[in-house]
Design a protein around this ligand. Structure first.
Ligand code: 2BA
Length: 108
């Protein structure tokens, strides 16, 4: 058995969780925050059989889109406050996935 942890963008989460629950997967949804953008995202926890890993990853790929986001980076060499932060465009997603071996799974 595996624990799949998927960090997904909030815009994608309902599509993905609907698709997963329709197929009978059990999901825990956590409201999380990205350390870089400091914006909300969603972390999903799924306990799944090894044989289900490929299907779940395919569903994540289908439902989680790549997007661009704007942020500001600090320019430490700027001489005036006006130039201290530089706008920057970054790519976010589709999703970040971790897959962990589960030693024991109990529903008591
Ligand atoms: P954030 O930390 O808010 O990062 C948002 C996006 O900013 C990232 O998209 C990446 O394109 C960029 N980014 C993050 N850290 C960066 C850095 N040090 N320098 C330059 N650009 C950086 P994604 O890679 O798609 O990540 C989306 C979210 O997934 C992240 O939100 C974070 O919450 C999570 N995440 C990604 N990789 C992770 C990891 N190795 N460990 C834990 N969480 C991770």
């Amino acid at each position: 058995m595996k624990l799949l942890i998927a960090i997904v963008q909030d815009q994608d989460v309902d599509f993905l969780t609907d698709a997963l629950t329709d197929k009978g997967y059990r999901i825990t949804k956590l409201a999380t925050t990205g350390g870089f953008l400091k914006k909300g995202n969603t972390t999903l926890l799924l306990g799944i059989e090894d044989s289900q890993v490929d299907e779940v990853i395919d569903m994540i790929k289908e439902n989680c889109k790549k997007r661009t986001a704007q942020t500001q980076i600090v320019n430490p060499t700027a001489e005036t406050a006006m130039f201290q932060s530089i706008p920057m465009e970054i790519n976010v997603g589709g999703a970040t996935v971790f897959l962990i071996d589960v030693e024991k799974y109990l529903r008591i």
